[in-house]
Structure formats: structure tokens, C-alpha cells
Ligand binder design. Sequence first.
Ligand code: CO
Length: 220
Amino acid sequence: MCAKIEDDTLNGELYKNLLKGNRQFVQDTLKLDPHYFENLAKGQSPPVLWIGCADSRVPANQITNTAPGEIFVHRNIANMVIHSDMNMLSVLDYAVNVLKVKQVIVTGHYGCGGVMAAISNEQFGLIDNWLRHIKDVYRLHADELDKITDIDERCDRLVEYNVIENVYNLCKTSIVQNAWHSGQPLGVHGWVYSLKTGIITDLKVSAYDDANMDNVFKFK
Ligand code: CO
């Protein structure tokens, strides 16, 4: 019964091809290093936590030329850091307090569908509640953004502001602040990836302590 459903599914071939691709990956990898998986299975100690967009065109390892084991990854729509998101907080807590990552990087990307949707006045369903946070970022910079008549340009500027705001949101968490207070070296950064060029731009909003944070957000 299940097999029949699978055969009837338009994506049946695609599904099989993914498994075929996996076998190819294993074969190619073992050719270069027969102990690759054996060694990787021993444990992970990635120095970086990546918070990126779920967009299929922005895979953390490939665009930074890094290998499995080098980046701990959390992705959601429009690379958001929302203080009530248990998923993000759990990843952040584990990355900072157990894996002891040295860098947390929020990476947005130009042409982000989530940001574009947030700019519009359309309803998209449940996701509107998620995108609301981006509308809040828009409101903070409405004077500048309203003046940008080209919609793609306006979206890209909001992509940058959204990354900056989410870097700031990371700094506001007790997880990041406690690491700083205890002297654990931890940098928080904001990047934007260009789908058109493949280039990552550092938005230069890095923080290594709470020096530039509004007082009300500082924990003792
Ligand atoms: Co996106």
C-alpha cells in the first residue's frame, strides 16, 4: 500500500534520486578519506553558530566553503531571532553553553521572500504572525525605507536592517549576556549573502560585550 502511494507520487523519482545522491556522497567522500565518517562520528566541536534563512539557496557550509562539523546551524524563515522562540533559544543555549562556540552569525540574504512578504500588505496565513516581527523592523526605519521607490531595493535595505535587529536581539538574550559576564569569548555578527553574486557582506555590527546596548536590556 505504502509502496504504491510512493510509486504514484509525482516526486517518487526525486525521492529516490536523493537517496542515490547520498550513496554517491558516501562513495566520493570515502575515496578521499576512508576514515571520514568514523572520525566525524566521534563528536562535534563547531566554533560557529549560524542563524540563517531557510531559503534553499543559502546553505551555510557550501557558501562558506566549510565542511560538516564546522558550523552549528539554525535556520528559519528570514533568519529571525525572536525572544519567545524556544527552538532558536534551545539551539543558542546549547551552542553557547555546551559547544562553547566563539561566534554567532546572523546571515540574511538579498531578495529574501520572507522580507518581501513582510513589506507587502497581502495576507499569507499563519506566517503573517512570524513576519510581523519584520514589519516591526520596518517601522523603526520607515522614514528611510518609504523613500526607496524600487521595491527590490527597499526589500534589500530591509534585509540589512532585519539582520542588524536580529543581531541586537541575540545580544538581548540572557544566554549571550551571561557568556559575556563570565568572560567566555563570544562574538555576535551580522552578514548578508547575495544570491546574485555569491558574495557575503559583513554588515560590521559585531558585538563582543554589552557596551553599546540600551541600558534597559542589560542583565546584571
Ligand atoms: Co530568505
